[in-house]
Design a protein around this ligand. Sequence first.
Ligand code: 26Q
Length: 823
Amino acid sequence: ARKECKFYVNASVKDFKNSILWHMERSLARATVRATSRDWWLATAMAVRDEIMGRFISTMSRQYKANSKRVYYLSLEYLMGRLTEDTLTNSGLMDVAREALKELGLDFDSIMASEVDMGLGNGGLGRLAACFQDSLATLDYPAVGYGILYEFGLFTQSFEGGRQIESPDNWLKFGSPWDIVRPEYTVKVGIGGRVEGVMSSTGDWSVRWIPEGELLGVPWDVPVVGYGAGTVNFLRLWESRATNELDLNAFNNGGYTQAVHQKAMSETISKVLYPNDKTENGKILRLMQQYFFVTCSLQDIIRRFKSLNGENWDIFADKVAIQLNDTHPAIAVPELMRLLVDVEGLGWDKSWEICTHVFAYTNHTLLPEALEKWSVPFFEKLLPRHLQIIYEINARWLSYVESIYGRDSDKIARLSIIEEGAPKMVRMAYLSVVGSHSVNGVAELHSQLLKESVLRDFYQISPEKFNNKTNGITPRRWLKTANEGLSDLITKTLKSDSWPKNLDELKGLEKFAEDSDFQKKYMEIKRENKAHLAKIVKDLCGVDLNPDAIFDVQIKRLHEYKRQHLNLLYILTLYRRLLHNPDADISPRAFIFGAKAAPGYDLAKNIIWAINTVGNVINNDARIKGKLKVAFIPNYNVSLAMDIIPAADVSEQISTAGKEASGTGNMKLALNGAITMGTLDGANVEILEEVGKDNVFIFGMNVDEVQKLKAEGYNPWNVYNSNENLKSALDWLVSDYFMPGNPTAFEPLRKSVLDWGDQFMVCADYQSYCDAQDRLGEVYKDKARWAKMAILNTARMSKFSSDRTISEYADDIWNLEKLPPRE
Ligand code: 26Q
């Protein structure tokens, strides 16, 4: 029997088409003959929005009536991408919309391309938050995602002479049909000022924060449609605004320009997303962003709790679970204490009990330099009451530590939330661990290393807090929407269209892995996707890619630990080999990159420049007969990912073992039939476990070997001096072959892997990487074998559905029940 999925909204093509035309006239005031692509997209978005609004309202009232527990996800980032296409997929209206636009004589894909990405995130962490929202709604969990409505998302990247140029991403310039303002839930936010002792009516002394300034948080809601539209949850994103009172006071004192200045300052808080995916230390605006969105969200949570339960604080933790997406919202711990102790008048012990039952913390990095710390003087100035509360939390924590270990001053210094030094620093990860009942890593290996390294002392005291939640990705966006060809083949082959909600069904493809007819169909779709990407690459990079070449893809933020430069060294090695022997029988390769560098990360920018420069020379070298191509796609973002991933043959996951917490691009690529070329790092380890060693290429040192070599005293020069190919590649890079007249251009890159100690062991893994890449090139020649590998990757990826991840969070951490529609 054919399995089918229930959809809660329905529309005929005729009605949907009329709705588009209705919006074109009534919402957009446009005659169809004059309508632009953007107009058509907007009218289509409004037509879909109309269809889901009823589901949105019924979800809210269902959750309110049931007074069920909700999870609140606190994240500074949501990398949503475009919303319309995915909403069409999840509401089940995709085919209807396609047909409607076709009948109007329009090309669906080019209309949808008018939507600007919602790029309110840097990379993995922000995209994970977006996938989680999709799964929460799909699984009918009551949930809200809180964040900031940045006016400017992650910068737009372009290249000039191969070098990265950043420009502002003014995504909201013309508004969005997907956000709904809720002025009635506006919240007040204090900042700065001082702390005062006050006598309460009962004669007790208590403490109160008298902020110096005040501003407002205005919430904008973005609907999140679950697959089938049974549940429509929402993101609530805060925008900062100046208060009217503030203006008026200054105005009355004759300070009109001062008042306008104040207003502008208040409104900068939500202006821009910080483009770093490592901690940028000491930016006061960043701390203000964190506090701003945290207090808005907590006040909103408390308002709703009270409207349902009054002051029955005993059940707060039965109604509220709060997940901290890394330490960025960690200020929530002292802020909830302040709201409960100072504002609601609960005692410290009771408040602390509530806090530790409500909060759970997810760690996303082991890199010690990326662990967030804020200076104590900063806190003093911006959040004086919070600093007091943190000191109180720390004092109680350290006396507990002392009750276990005695006066072991070493232990105490290591476990203290305050790091001694000039200035003293608040360790946000420690604050998060102490204030939470759960601490999780994002892949098995990462969670293990957390317990052994950065949080070791905490693990010894509270082992029960620590757990793993291996990341996942939503198959709705990353397979159903992004790869329609493969999705249709899967649906036909499995005779089921419920696999997007039940990804385990993909296992049913295993029995077709060696079926030559299925292999042919599967690889034909891959080839179509490659041809489609080749057009995009031609358009964006001016580079011609041959769809029969191996599409070897590395798409992720640019970081030394991710080792895009190791990939470049192999490209140089292959190029040199081809120059020595232009007739070498190698599988033609297209190396495709997508990566943004943090604007202040010079070495990352140098690597981008090097790849572009080397690529340009290779692409124009007739001697190698097009066997090698390099394309660096500018402005890599979620929408480009949806074009690149379905076209990939090879997925580069080559971080130094122990450095990549999980990775999620690795999962998206494997699901779409790309073979992983990877180290034993992050979730690669689990991908290997799922697909089996014959269906992935593993190379390089593992974590133990990395640690051992470091301990022995690693010297990259020894590798360089004994490896002819490595030496040639690195020397070539600083000759004037690639940069006539400017041979020192890429000296920083070369120095980083030689003179500066090669922190990420590029030289150490170089030979192993080249060998694995050469093996891959040989395997690709056997078409049937390659097809089987690709199919088995798709068939065996079901573990990495974010539905599995979210179910685990709900069961193990949040104790959260589903609340499906009753019909
Ligand atoms: C912090 C303070 C100040 C400014 C910026 C930041 C900041 C912003 C973003 C620090 C880190 C990030 C993002 C980190 C991130 O994306 N980590 C990735 O998370 C993924 C989801 O768990 C993992 O798969 C990746 O392995 C991990 O690198």
